[in-house]
Design a protein. Sequence first.
Length: 384
Amino acid sequence: MRRALLPLALLFLLALGLWAYPLVGPAVRHGALPHPGGLREPLTLLVYGSSPEYLGYHRRAPERFRGLADTILLVRLDPGRNRVAVLSVPRDLWVELPGYGGHKVNAYSPLGGPNLMVEAVARATGVRAERYLVVSTEALRKGVEALGGVRLCVEKPMRYRDRAAGLEIHLEPGCQVLNGFQAEGYLRFRKDALGDIGRVQRQQAFFHALKDQIFSPAGLLRLPQVVAAVEPYVRTDLTREEKGRLLGFALRRPVLVSLLLPGHFGGGGWQVDPEALREVRALYFGEGVQVGEVGLAGRSVALVYGPGQEALAEGARERLHRLGLRVLRRPSDLVPARTEVLENGPGFLAQALGGALGVPYRISGEAVLGADLTLRLGEEAPFR
């Protein structure tokens, strides 16, 4: 019996070594392996992408991580609640800093690098990041390729070509697995009515899809290759211990909350809603808030449904009216991937509506602008 088990044990150790081998290089360079204790205290990170810089037409300059900032995220890692809160800051948001005047927030990266970006985002949000993490566009492409692609539902045709930057976007509607170049196109496309805000919403959809993919059985098998592929294209001031603790925290599969900086269109750009921002800041970047009674009556809900779901949408509308909600119909070119309630905010309303309807809810900036809540009707919607 022992003789039979020995080859199996050796085979297992060999497979484990092959699986972990891609992590050797990053571990040696950064001195970080997942710490079993994870994070001890909450940690706030500024995470953003660095756009490519060019020496001439279609000729990329060496990576300095000083290009215009893209996909600007304020991330709160909270081990006590086992939660990651991600606040997306629109790149075109106007921010004024002493000594620099006023600029779009993404322009502070070439002006002063990550440290100045930390100052600019703190001025915009009232939250100062303790550490930063900057990634180049190569990290996205290579990471998605190493993962084997990311499954997403593309809601509309996306076509755009930038010859100088070498960017070509050609995506058709439908649920599909995007490769690295397609994922970059999905995340960078903004040639529609919502411009940069629509792009931020797609980025948040991507975060949730990426999380699901990474923690799937296939994703976990590919995780060492993903880490090795992305590592050369990242710059951060995290210490070695913090990297290890952050990895340990990530392996606990924390809940992901994604938010768009609260506000509205106005004055030629995105105008922050100070009261809504204070509420989000207290709940997700502070000590939390006391929750009183949550009432749905008088609130507005955007009802999102696809082709052939008109009768289903009417049944949902009647149910929502009985709850005292105002319904805004939002027909889509694509049937939503799942039935869910969305809220870009504290989440108490989404939790109440999800409970009343018996459907799941998420806190996400993907919610329709101008409505308190969003109800998406997937094929399994219980309103027939």
